[in-house]
Design a protein around this ligand. Structure first.
Ligand code: 5AD
Ligand code: SF4
Length: 474
């Protein structure tokens, strides 16, 4: 462990954070001289809520350096893309969008282009950026978010390209400034990294080993959020169920949930993502007991076939997964269950795929995130023979989606006439509002903007497969 970490080896040393605060002031001075008082930044985030939450910390630091935020790269003095590596499609989009910045940079030479996040943590990607995208000024990986002031200072003061993607186990930087996007809905990371090494997944390679924040830091942040008006807190981690494995934590995820549930105030708690192998009865009991915890469980199964689950290194069987679902529904009859599925894992046959179809029929998910397998460099699955053509996998994918659509449609239709309490969110259409049921189904309804950020009761009047329509109820 380097001398940037504290004695536990989990947290960034406070003296290192103090050093970064000095760089923040230095950057501010350079920016004021160069751009006047308000340099402008455009930040775009790809991928999961973990990235959204990292971006809040990136924006918090940029704000402290003097940046304000704009909605398009054309207006910006700094453009930052926080990238995702989980599937090839996400990476292709980033390359396309970085390419599109070239003419802008030619017009505006002192614009700074920054790429960060999971995709950049991979060596072959950062090498490609170095060689083929010479107008990108700064590239950093997931472990360097707290060093942004120093890196930006080097770019600004020495007109030098900076690549900071050194591998590390990753440290937690507590106390970084945070610029939150939405007052009523807040993301609260409780742990980082992943130790599971599912054979298809690049996340453990780019986000490092599992490490948990201390319960006191999480509870204090939750209290601050609630005092600041948050009404929905989503606890984040690649695998929240294994929260608390570092020696100083002292509580597991089930007990952490209970402690957050005990905080005073009218708010709702969500969490993601859960791994079935760590989803214990203790956790499901805690969910059932805690009145503030939404009765929604996102429990990715990935496949319904034992051989594929084994090849994926998921460490549970179909029967164990179904047992968990049975127990969860016994405890929480209205529980809404969602999941993730990968279609076309290397070597999967059509018969094996059909086992996934039969599993999703049995579970009756509220909704599913379905993906066609994407080969990720450096993972175990990337070396497995993968004979089924993409067009065939696409056919299977459509077959699976059709089954899920039928289940989802039946569920939403059965909700018509019932009343749900939802947190009001903005809707792009004038006069309309949006909310999500505890089970995470979207409802659209008419109402005044002043209701945004408040809990309201909505009666469902109509339903499509994925969305409900309703009216305000008493
Ligand atoms: N190909 C396709 N889907 C993937 N996921 C993760 N890695 C891959 C991959 N290589 C999916 C999994 C995971 C979700 C976040 O992304 O279903 O649960
Ligand atoms: Fe990837 Fe598996 Fe970790 Fe999820 S649990 S991030 S799928 S390795």
């Amino acid at each position: 462990m380097d001398n940037f970490s504290d004695k536990s080896g989990v947290f960034v040393n406070p003296s290192e954070l103090e050093r970064q605060r000095k760089f923040t002031e230095l950057v501010k001075t350079v920016l004021t001289a160069r751009f006047g008082n308000e340099p402008k930044a455009f930040v775009h985030t790809y991928g999961c809520q973990g990235n959204v939450s990292d971006s809040e910390r990136i924006k918090g630091q940029l704000r402290n350096m003097g940046y304000t935020f704009v909605l398009s790269p054309e207006e910006a003095d700094l453009v930052l893309f926080n990238t995702c590596a989980v599937r090839e499609h996400a990476e292709d989009r980033v390359f396309g969008n970085v390419g599109a910045l070239k003419p802008l940079k030619e017009k505006k030479r002192d614009m700074i282009i920054v790429l960060c996040g999971c995709m950049m943590q991979q060596k072959h990607i950062s090498e490609r950026i170095k060689k083929s995208y010479p107008y990108v000024n700064l590239v950093f990986g997931t472990f360097a978010v707290h060093k942004l002031p120093e890196m930006l200072y080097t770019v600004l003061s020495r007109s030098k390209r900076v690549f900071e993607i050194s591998a590390s186990d990753g440290l937690i930087a507590e106390g970084l400034p945070t610029e939150r996007d939405s007052g009523a809905k807040a993301w609260l990371p409780i742990m980082y990294g992943c130790d599971n090494f599912c054979s298809y997944c690049v996340v453990p390679l780019v986000r490092g080993r599992e490490r948990s924040r201390l319960p006191e830091d999480i509870i204090n942040e939750a209290k601050e959020l609630i005092a600041g008006g948050a009404k929905e807190i989503t606890l984040l981690g690649q695998n929240v169920n294994s929260y608390g494995k570092n020696p100083d934590c002292g509580v597991n995820f089930a007990r952490l949930l209970r402690r957050i549930n005990d905080i005073d105030g009218d708010f709702i708690i969500r969490f993601m993502t859960s791994h079935p192998k760590d989803c214990t009865h203790e956790l499901l009991d805690a969910m059932a007991d805690c009145e503030k915890v939404a009765k929604h469980l996102h429990l990715p199964v990935q496949s319904g076939c034992d051989r594929i689950l084994k090849e994926m290194n998921r460490k549970y069987t179909r029967a164990q997964y179904l047992d968990l679902i049975r127990y969860a529904r016994e405890k929480m009859p209205d529980l809404s269950i969602t999941g993730d599925i990968i279609v076309g894992f290397p070597g999967e046959t059509y018969e094996e795929f059909l086992e996934t179809v039969s599993l999703i029929k049995e579970v009756r998910y509220t909704s599913l995130f379905t993906f066609i397998y994407s080969k990720r460099e450096g993972t175990k699955a990337a070396k497995m023979p993968d004979p089924v053509p993409y067009a065939e996998k696409s056919k299977w994918f459509r077959e699976l989606c059709a089954v899920q659509e039928e289940t989802a449609g039946k569920r939403t239709a059965s909700m018509v006439g019932k009343i749900y309490r939802v947190l009001t969110e903005p809707n792009e259409t004038e006069g309309k509002l949006t909310g999500r049921t505890e089970g995470n189904i979207t409802i659209e309804f008419d109402g005044p903007k002043k209701l945004i950020g408040q809990f309201v009761n909505v009666r469902v009047t109509d339903a499509l497969t994925w969305v409900l329509f309703g009216e305000l109820a008493e």
